[in-house]
Unconditional design. Structure first.
Length: 509
């Protein structure tokens, strides 16, 4: 492209030089010979007040000998050629008088070109002067100054030292410009070539290897390089996330397969036993088998329900209907639900709720689900003789809720992953019986709907989950309290049964 552009520029320069050199020669010739026609008339042609035909022919012959590049024509008032120095070469018998009048007027800049009767298609500079012809007729002595216009460009270059030097300098300049342009383009495209090589290597690696960083100037190419570096980092992060998701998917298939297969196999076994040995079983055995089968179906239903809830939370179909609520009452209700389970495992349930705890903004149903999941998780991993406690207290930015247990603890390396779907720290199925690793994931997503962040700290014998719920606005809280006071007499609901002190030591309440 550069070579082609250089050739085009050279040709254009040659055309411009030829045109300018021709115009310059025409201007010089016309200025030098501007008054030649008038002098010839005064000195050689006029005899008295009219042109002498014999003198005109002598002038023609003399000019053809002295300067063959000047053609002389005698024109009448209409521009018709009356006589010429080369009568045989005339191809057009008339001359346009408009350039002649402009020349005689003397106001226009030179050169002024006019017709050449020997070459009608070309215009040439001239010298002209009015002359009186025989009788009362007037005319013009019209001199066509050919100069070097018939020479070709090669002839002009050969005859002119200045033109040769000019063209030599022009060629050197174009060569320097070509080399400089090639160097500039090479330097400008070098960062692009480097970036292209890095991108091609990144593509060949299957977008799996970190490309080597490029440090380029902060120009457009540098900005493009920065964009590519960010894009590569994003692609690698997404590839890592995909690999992680694929590993979780495989783990999910294994976990769900086990969690579904165990109760299904048990359910199928008891139902087949009832079907095959119905007549041989005692009523107490039938009832026991049916209770076990019912328990397995409840476990399956719970697992399917948690999967469905998690799917709705992930897809954004579930929203939180926030309203002022008494967090202390909610915590107490949830703790009562697990009283029997805790007693059967020999675990002490403790509840600590500050009496000055304000109302919070929460979805009661979803928040009950969070508390139930956390308490159930704590009970599952706490051994007999341990303690599970729930604390709710006011802090600066909301109500702090802590669910703590004295269980086996969570390894520090596993803490970042415990809120992932289907992730379980333990490898022993006995500890995770009835769990698919969904409770903490569901709890985290519900708290996300409440604009709350759940955190966990753990050590052997002490694990604490924490989150903060925003306070209800004062006006909304006052309205909720008044509504509860108005409804209480009308409902006449039975009082909630007292919580046994053995199961719920609540001195602070």
């Amino acid at each position: 492209m550069l070579v082609g552009l250089t050739v085009v520029m050279a040709a254009l320069f040659l055309v411009v030089i030829r045109h300018s050199d021709t115009a310059r020669n025409q201007e010089i010739n016309q200025k030098v010979y501007r008054n030649l026609a008038a002098r010839l008339i005064d000195e050689h042609i006029l005899e008295g007040e009219t042109a002498d035909p014999s003198a005109v022919r002598k002038v023609f012959d003399r000019i053809r000998v002295v300067n063959p590049r000047i053609d002389v024509y005698l024109l009448d008032a209409a521009g018709q050629v009356v006589a010429a120095s080369g009568q045989d070469a005339i191809k057009h018998a008339s001359v346009d008088l408009t350039p002649i009048r402009r020349f005689l007027k003397g106001d226009d800049e030179l050169p002024i070109v006019g017709d050449d009767p020997s070459e009608p298609v070309r215009k040439r500079v001239f010298s002209v002067a009015p002359v009186a012809l025989s009788g009362s007729e007037s005319g013009y002595l019209y001199l066509v100054l050919r100069g070097v216009s018939r020479d070709t460009l090669a002839q002009q270059i050969k005859q002119s030292y200045v033109l040769r030097e000019t063209l030599w300098l022009l060629g050197c300049g174009l060569a320097v410009a070509l080399i400089a342009s090639a160097l500039i383009l090479t330097l400008m495209t070098r960062p692009l070539r480097q970036l292209g090589a890095v991108m091609d290597k990144f593509r060949r690696s299957g977008f799996a290897e970190q490309p080597e960083p490029l440090r380029l100037p902060t120009d457009e190419v540098g900005k493009l390089t920065d964009t590519f570096n960010h894009m590569a980092d994003r692609i690698l992060a997404q590839m890592t996330a995909l690999q992680k998701t694929d590993a979780m998917r495989r783990e999910l298939v294994a976990n769900i397969s086990h969690d579904l297969r165990t109760p299904l196999a048990s359910l199928q076994g008891y139902i087949e036993t009832l079907h095959l040995k119905s007549d041989q079983l005692a009523p107490e055995e039938k009832r026991s088998y049916l209770e076990i089968a019912l328990k397995q179906t409840e476990q399956l239903s719970g697992l399917v329900a948690r999967l469905f809830d998690l799917a709705k939370l992930d897809s954004g179909q579930m929203t939180a209907a926030l309203e002022p609520c008494a967090l202390g009452d909610l915590v107490q209700d949830v703790m009562q639900e697990f009283e029997l389970a805790a007693s059967s495992k020999g675990i002490d349930l403790r509840c600590s709720i500050r009496p000055d705890l304000p109302l919070v903004m929460a979805d009661v149903g979803l928040m009950e689900r969070v508390l139930r999941n956390l308490v159930e998780n704590a009970l599952r991993y706490t051994r007999s003789g341990g303690t599970v406690s729930v604390m709710a207290a006011p802090v600066a930015d909301g109500a702090l809720v802590e669910v703590a247990d004295t269980g086996i603890g969570i390894p520090e390396a596993e803490l970042p992953r415990i809120f992932e779907r289907f992730y379980r720290v333990e490898k022993c199925r006995d500890l995770a019986a009835g769990s698919a690793g969904l409770g903490l994931a569901i709890s985290k997503r519900i708290l996300d709907l409440h604009q709350s962040r759940i955190s966990v700290t753990s050590a052997p014998g002490r694990t604490v989950f924490r989150f903060v719920l925003a306070y209800a606005p004062k006006r909304a809280a006052a309205g909720a309290v008044q509504e509860a006071a108005d409804l209480r007499p009308a409902e006449a609901a039975p009082a909630k049964r007292a919580v046994p002190s053995l199961a719920y030591p609540m001195a602070e309440r």
